[in-house]
Design a protein around this ligand. Structure first.
Ligand code: BES
Ligand code: ZN
Ligand code: ZN
Length: 468
C-alpha cells in the first residue's frame, strides 16, 4: 500500500472511501446522526459503520488519545481487505499521524511469502489529508521509516528456518549494509575460532549450517554517542540434546527475533539519519542435535576466558550472547550497550506474553527506557537483579553454570548469567531485553498480527531519537 500525505484542499476523492473518526459525544451532533443510529452505530471504540452510498466509513473512538487512534486504524486496516475501493483517506494532524500510520502499516501487515494464492488487497493508496503538508512532512517520513523497519524485522522472523539460517542472515545483513551505506563485517567458523568464541561455536556445532557473527555499523559524522546493540540470532532452537518437547519446538524459528530486531533498529536509525553511532552485533547460530552436538556436562571456555558448565543445551542463547557481548565490548567503546534476546520462557511466566523484560544495573537507564517504550507504545517492565539469585548460577566444577540450580526467577538468572560477561566499565551502560513473549504471537493483539511482532524496534528507535 502506498501512503501519501496530501493537502486536503487539492485532494480528489473520486473512487475513494473517506474515514470519519468520531466519538459518541460528537455523534450527537453529526450530520448523519439519524441514519447512523438506525444502523445501530454508537461510535464505541473500534466499531465501524459504512455509508457506501456516500463513500464514508464512520469509525468509533472513545477519545482522541493515541492508543485509541492506533487501534481504530488497525481495525480499519483489517476491514479494508474486503472492500473494493481504490483508495482510502483520513484526516491527520501532528498528534495523530504516527498512530494512524502505525495502525495501518503494522495492523494491516501480512506475511504471504509461503501462500500460493495470496489475496491481493484492492486498496492501493492511503491518503493522509491535512491542512499543512509542510508542517507534517518530517513526522510523516519518520513514522513510515519506523513502521517499515518493524515490518522488515517481522519478515525476517517469519521466514522459515530452512530459508533463514546463519549464512542467509549474513546475506540479509550484507544487503542492508549495501543499501543503507553501513560498514559490514562477517565472521565465519575460521574467524570465530581465531576469536576464541568457543561457547558460541559449541552451540552451533551439530548444525549443517555454520555459525556467523555479523557486525554492522552506522557511523555518521559528528555522532554524539556510541551505541552497541547485540542480538540473539538462533535461526532455530531445537533445544539441542536437552531436546524440547514437540509442542514447545513449534515457533522456535522465532528464536532469531533479537537479531532481527537489531537489524531493524540499525535500518531505522540509518534511514532517519540520527546523530548517533550504532553498531549491530548478531550471533547467528542453529541449535541442533547429532553426533557432533555439545552436551550437558561439557565445560566450555568462553571468549572472555571464564569456563561454563553446560547442564542444559536448551539454555543456549546465553552461551551465544556471552561471546558476542564480549566481542562487542572489545570492538567498541559504547556509551550504551543493549542486548535483545528471546532468552527465557520464564520471562513469559513472569510478565505475560505482551511485555518485554528489562534487566540491568542502572535504575536511571531503566527509567529512561521505560519512558521511551511508553511513548513508542510498546510494553516493558523491569525485572530486578539481586545477589541471592546470582548464587543460583554457581557451578561445582567451572566458573559459572549455564542454568540456575533453582526453578524460580529464571528470567533474572538468565540476565545475571549475561551480566557475568559485562565489563566493569559497562555495567551501568548495559540493559538486557528479554523479548521471548513480546517478539512473536499466534493471536493478534494491539498492532500485532500472527507471527513476528518486531518487538524492540519501536522502543529502541524512540530511545535513540532522544539521545543528547
Ligand atoms: N529460546 C528459548 C526461550 C523461549 C521459550 C523463547 C519460549 C520463546 C518462547 C531458550 O533458548 C530456552 O529454551 N530457554 C530455556 C532455559 C532453561 C533451559 C533454563 C527455557 O526458557 O525453558
Ligand atoms: Zn533454548
Ligand atoms: Zn533459544
Amino acid at each position: 500500500m502506498n501512503i501519501q500525505l496530501i493537502d486536503k484542499k487539492v485532494f480528489d476523492s473520486k473512487n475513494n472511501l473517506t474515514l470519519k473518526l468520531i466519538t459518541s459525544k460528537r455523534l450527537e451532533k453529526a450530520k448523519f446522526k439519524k441514519t447512523l443510529k438506525k444502523a445501530g452505530f454508537k461510535a464505541e471504540q473500534d466499531s465501524l459503520c459504512a455509508m457506501h452510498g456516500k463513500s464514508l466509513l464512520f469509525c468509533g473512538i472513545e477519545n482522541h488519545e493515541n492508543e485509541n487512534i492506533k487501534t481504530i486504524a488497525v481495525t480499519v486496516a483489517k476491514a479494508m481487505k474486503n472492500y473494493d475501493y481504490k483508495s482510502i483517506s483520513v484526516d491527520v494532524n501532528k498528534e495523530s499521524i504516527q498512530a494512524i500510520i502505525e495502525g495501518f502499516v503494522l495492523g494491516g501487515y501480512e506475511f504471504n511469502n509461503y501462500k500460493s494464492k495470496s489475496k491481493k488487497m484492492k486498496i492501493k493508496n492511503l491518503y493522509l489529508t491535512c491542512e499543512n503538508v509542510k508542517e507534517l512532512t518530517a513526522l510523516f517520513q519518520e513514522a513510515i521509516i519506523i513502521a517499515e523497519a518493524t515490518c522488515f524485522t517481522r519478515d525476517l522472523v517469519n521466514t522459515a528456518p530452512d530459508d533463514m539460517y546463519p549464512e542467509i542472515m549474513a546475506k540479509v545483513a550484507k544487503k542492508l549494509a549495501r543499501e543503507n551505506d553501513l560498514a559490514c563485517n562477517i565472521l565465519g567458523k575460521r574467524e570465530l575460532k581465531r576469536e576464541k568464541c568457543n561457547a558460541m561455536l559449541a552451540v552451533g556445532r551439530a548444525s549443517r549450517h555454520d555459525s556467523k557473527l555479523i557486525h554492522l555499523a552506522y557511523k555518521p559524522k559528528n555522532a554524539k554517542k556510541i551505541i552497541s546493540l547485540v542480538g540473539k540470532g538462533l535461526t532455530y532452537d531445537s533445544g539441542g540434546l536437552s531436546l524440547k518437547p514437540a509442542t514447545s519446538m513449534v515457533t522456535m524459528k522465532m528464536d532469531k527475533a533479537g537479531a532481527c530486531a537489531v537489524l531493524g533498529i540499525i535500518k531505522a536509525v540509518s534511514e532517519l539519519k540520527l546523530d548517533v553511532e550504532v553498531h549491530a552485533f548478531v550471533g547467528a547460530v542453529e541449535n541442533m542435535i547429532g553426533g557432533d552436538a555439545y552436551k550437558p556436562d561439557d565445560v566450555l571456555v568462553s571468549r572472555k576466558g571464564d569456563t561454563i558448565e553446560v547442564r542444559n543445551t536448551d539454555a543456549e542463547g546465553r552461551l551465544v550472547l556471552a561471546d558476542v557481548l564480549d566481542y562487542a565490548q572489545d570492538k567498541t567503546k559504547p556509551d550504551y550497550l543493549f542486548d535483545f534476546a528471546t532468552l527465557t520462557g520464564a520471562c513469559m511466566v513472569a510478565l505475560g506474553q505482551y511485555t518485554t523484560g528489562v534487566m540491568g544495573h542502572s535504575n536511571r537507564l531503566k527509567h529512561d527506557l521505560s519512558k521511551a517504550s511508553n511513548k513508542a507504545g510498546e510494553l516493558t517492565a523491569s525485572l530486578p537483579f539481586n545477589k541471592h539469585l546470582k548464587k543460583q548460577l554457581k557451578s561445582e566444577i567451572a566458573d559459572i553454570c549455564n542454568i540456575s540450580n533453582k526453578p524460580y526467577g529464571g528470567a533474572i538468572t538468565a540476565g545475571l548469567f549475561l551480566d557475568n560477561f559485562i565489563k566493569e566499565e559497562n555495567k551501568n551502560k548495559w540493559l538486557h531485553f528479554d523479548i521471548a513473549g513480546s517478539a512473536y504471537t499466534e493471536t493478534p493483539w494491539d498492532v500485532n498480527v500472527y507471527g513476528g511482532t518486531g518487538a524492540g524496534v519501536r522502543f529502541m528507535t524512540q530511545f535513540l531519537k532522544n539521545i543528547k
